[in-house]
Ligand binder design. Structure first.
Ligand code: CMX
Length: 388
């Protein structure tokens, strides 16, 4: 296509619609199709779901999966970068315990940035990714008041192990928790260029704010109930249903629709079939916790909700989305408080947003990078007037 060939005809009807569907740039890390959902650097997510998270970070940054040697070298590099300065914990101690965990996460990322920004886009993005497991662990522990005897951060462990080790929760099956978290991270790392948090992160970075400031901004965007916080709402919804009996679940779903409330965990802006990220998590749940009460509820919902939702022709996709199963699995392995779920989403997304920021800052336009964002707004109800 030539540089000046039309791609999209903008009309007045497109104004004030949140840039919906309007092409604004290119993305080198991922794309989403109606049938197979998100693809990372060309690979459908279903084929990547069980890779170690470190390998997928490598993919997003290098656009190729690592060889086993590259994988080992990359893990060693992440380990070297992982140490979190002590004063981050001191800042967490000053935050309100009832503040939302996403606000804590944003403050934590900002604090890391104030302590050790290098100013190199890639260095800072990789440093932040390497420090997220400990940051997340400290966030959970200090916000919950479990501040005594926090284990040292063993940097030789994988990212997920370091988080689980910092949490150090009694009576859980660590291997199961690690498996669910590793899959969760891989499934949530990236989702194209235009989702709100990614767009916000890249927009902030376009003004040459630091990677830390940009990603803290992205986390603030992710914290909204229409964006990342849907995964918290989704498990709260499942807990409210409280039964896996198909007749009762169907009555519940119909009641929600009559009350004009969303049926959480179903529907999608782009996908037109079940989100493969939901399919992967359902399969994991069938092997790990088929008799768990919440899992039984979502299994019933997966059958009942699409049938009921498809009675409304307006609903373009009545099928399960990524959020339906993640909460039930996180709950099963020991994360009982859904308020924290969006922080897992944020942790994962740091990789995709970080990689996209580097592409926009250092690769796009032949290495010149994308200029500072400046979409056009048209004046409305502002006729010229003067002070009398
Ligand atoms: N429950 C109730 N109503 C729904 C619905 C659902 N699960 N899915 C779609 N609809 C409604 C929409 O609200 C919209 O109604 P209006 O015309 O009155 O505005 C209509 O059906 C058409 O919607 P659509 O074109 O099919 O889908 P949208 O792009 O507008 O919305 C989404 C997509 C995800 C916001 C919507 O399906 C929804 O609210 N789902 C429930 C919440 C949820 O699970 N969110 C997590 C999304 C996960 C992800 O994005 O990956």
């Amino acid at each position: 296509m030539s540089d000046d060939q039309g791609m999209f005809n903008v009309t007045e009807a497109h104004l004030n619609t949140g840039l919906r569907g309007i092409p604004v740039g290119t993305c080198r890390t991922s794309f989403v199709t109606p049938g197979e959902g998100v693809h990372y650097c060309g690979y459908p997510i279903s084929e990547l779901a069980h890779f170690p998270p470190e390998d997928i970070v490598y993919l997003l940054f290098n656009k190729e999966l690592p060889t086993s040697e590259q994988s080992e070298t990359f893990r060693a590099d992440i380990s070297k970068r992982g140490a979190v300065p002590e004063s981050v914990a001191a800042v967490f101690h000053t935050l309100p315990r009832d503040g939302h965990p996403m606000d804590w996460l944003s403050v934590g990322i900002h604090t890391l940035g104030m302590l050790d920004t290098t100013g190199d886009w890639k260095e800072d993005a990789l440093n932040l990714i390497a420090r997220m497991p400990r940051l997340m662990g400290l966030l959970f522990r200090i916000r919950e008041g479990r501040t005594e005897n926090i284990p040292e951060d063993d940097l030789s462990q994988t990212m997920v192990q370091r988080f689980v080790n910092t949490l150090d929760i009694d009576g859980i099956d660590k291997a199961q928790m690690e498996r669910i978290l590793a899959t969760y991270l891989v499934l949530h790392m990236d989702h194209g260029g235009g989702n709100l948090s990614t767009f916000v992160g890249k927009a902030v970075a376009s003004g040459h704010a630091t990677v830390y400031a940009s990603i803290a901004g992205a986390m603030n965007a992710l914290s909204g109930p229409l964006h990342g916080r849907a995964n918290q709402s989704c498990l709260e919804f499942v807990l409210r249903i409280g039964t896996s009996d198909p007749t009762e679940v169907e009555a519940f779903v119909r009641g929600e629709l009559e009350a004009k409330r969303p049926v959480f965990g179903f529907g999608h802006a782009v996908l037109r079939s079940e989100d493969p990220r939901a399919t992967v998590q359902f399969a994991l749940g069938e092997t790990m916790c088929p008799n768990d009460e919440n899992f039984k509820i979502i299994r019933t919902l997966r059958e009942v909700a699409p049938r009921v939702l498809s009675e409304n022709p307006k609903i373009s996709n009545p099928n399960a989305n990524v959020d339906i199963a993640s909460g039930a699995l996180l709950h099963y392995v020991g994360f009982k408080d859904p308020t924290y779920y969006t922080t897992f989403f944020g942790w994962a997304r740091v990789a995709g947003i970080g990689a996209q920021i580097i592409d926009e800052r250092a690769v796009m336009r032949g290495g010149r990078g994308t200029p500072i964002y400046r979409p056009k707004y048209i004046a409305e109800q502002q006729s010229l007037r003067h002070i009398e």
